[in-house]
Design a protein around this ligand. Structure first.
Ligand code: PLP
Length: 428
């Protein structure tokens, strides 16, 4: 099923045709999940429009975390007693839940990390340092979050490789003809975001993976923004690596995921040393543990991984289609409402986008706008959103950004519209 701004599944990015449904026809198919998020009971006037930064947590995730610490807590893998064996089994089943959720072929293709940033650094340090040579090229896009830019620039600096950038059009879409020209037999990796945290653009990831693979390059997809906003299937995407953070997916902070194709992970050296990631240790040499343990040195975030599996169960109980439909309606409504306010400029009007709307208000700095909105209990983000190359592209230092999730309502959009009008009146 398709809708006016996104697609039910994000699996193939923006490859599907655009719907003809006019954006102002809203069915108001509200999800009935807001009551599951205690933050809205504790802060009844909160209009939370910053889910792209971090999502709020459903009670069941908070409870799961507490339940683990209250009655199941033990360190994993090294224990010979029942509690440790059970904690190990629970941790392993969390890995299997993640694998199922993103369509990985095997649980062992899922490595637990601290988040998207750490997942990308893992690939840059491990795969990058062992494979990338002087003169090789890494392609990023102009809309990348710094997390999917800086590790590659650091890698290029340390290996003598060259960082290339695929540009973004005025509408906030990836310039695919430029991308096609940039990807050559010199390219070792294309690093691309699935869903832009500034523009909301859903990138045509399947086309990019086909292009890159034809040139012999690998593809890493930054899924930090996409996992919570529609179904993701890493095998449909055809990507080699996929990274995301638990905290943007209704789970805890401090836990994230790197998906990697098994054959690649087998070949990659460990990137951090310590307990849990070795086979044998002796003065004359060390052997490594099997994948995924090879990449999980030290005690992992066991409780957080277990709570992430609970967050996934929450998402599955709502359903990808319902999430996409709900958020598409909110985004359509917001696009319409904000476009009608004089002085508002929308940044990012791609045909395929989801959950995020960035804008500027003439004569009002985004930080001032954020402050005025905060006075009315409306939480948005203002700044460069860790995407300075993209800000430069649009000739801006900062934007205001509202982002939507399952618990937002049309009333939240209306509150945002009114708040912007109030700021406009105050600063005119
Ligand atoms: N990539 C994108 C597109 C993001 O939006 C973010 C966070 O906002 C990140 C990466 C980094 O995520 P984390 O800080 O959870 O590692």
């Amino acid at each position: 099923m398709k809708n006016s701004v996104g697609e039910t599944t994000l699996a193939k990015g923006a490859d599907a045709e655009t719907s003809v449904q006019p954006p102002h026809v809203l069915t108001r198919s509200r999800l009935d999940v807001r009551d599951q998020f205690p933050i809205f009971a504790i802060h009844p006037n909160l209009v939370y429009l910053d889910s792209a930064a971090t999502s709020q947590k459903p009670q069941r995730v908070i409870d799961r975390l507490a339940r683990f610490y209250a009655g199941e807590n033990a360190n994993i893998h090294r224990g010979v007693y029942a509690l440790s064996a059970e904690a190990t089994a629970t941790y392993d089943s969390a890995r299997a839940a993640v694998a199922r959720f993103i369509g990985a072929a095997l649980p062992d293709e899922v490595i637990f990390t601290r988040g998207t940033t750490e997942s990308i650094n893992l690939v840059a340090q491990s795969w990058g340092r062992s494979v990338v040579k002087p003169g090789d090229e890494i392609v990023v896009t102009e809309m990348e979050h710094h997390s999917n830019w800086v590790p590659w620039q650091m890698l290029a600096d340390s290996t003598g490789a060259v960082l290339r950038m695929a540009p973004v059009t005025e509408a906030g879409e990836l310039d695919m003809s430029a991308m096609a020209r940039l990807v050559t037999p010199r390219t070792r990796l294309v690093a691309v975001t699935h869903l832009s945290n500034v523009l909301g653009t859903i990138n045509p990831v399947r086309r990019i993976t086909d292009l890159a693979h034809a040139a012999g390059a690998l593809v890493l997809v930054d899924g930090a923004q996409s996992v919570a906003h529609g179904a993701v299937d890493v095998r449909d995407l055809g990507c080699d690596f996929f990274a995301f953070s638990g905290h943007k997916l209704f789970g805890p902070t401090g836990i994230g995921v790197l998906y990697g194709r098994e054959a690649l992970l087998e070949e990659m050296p460990p990137w951090q040393g310590g307990g849990g990631m070795i086979g044998t240790v002796a003065l004359d040499g060390i052997t490594w543990a099997e994948v995924p343990m090879k990449f999980e040195a030290g005690t992992p975030a066991v409780a957080d991984a277990v709570a992430l599996a609970e967050a996934i169960a929450f998402v599955e109980s709502v359903g990808a289609e319902a999430i996409v439909t709900h958020e598409a309606e909110l985004l359509s409504l917001a696009t319409e409402r904000l476009s009608a306010i004089p002085g508002v400029r929308l940044i990012g009007t791609a045909a395929h986008r989801a959950s995020v709307i960035s804008f500027t208000l003439e004569g009002v700095h985004p930080h001032d706008l954020g402050t005025v909105l905060d006075e009315a209990g409306i939480a948005i983000r203002a700044g460069h959103h860790c995407a300075q190359p993209l800000m430069r592209r649009f000739g801006l230092a900062a934007t205001a950004r509202a982002s939507f999730s399952v618990y937002n309502t049309p009333d939240d959009v209306e509150a945002l519209g009114r708040g912007i009008e109030r700021a406009r009146a105050l600063f005119s």
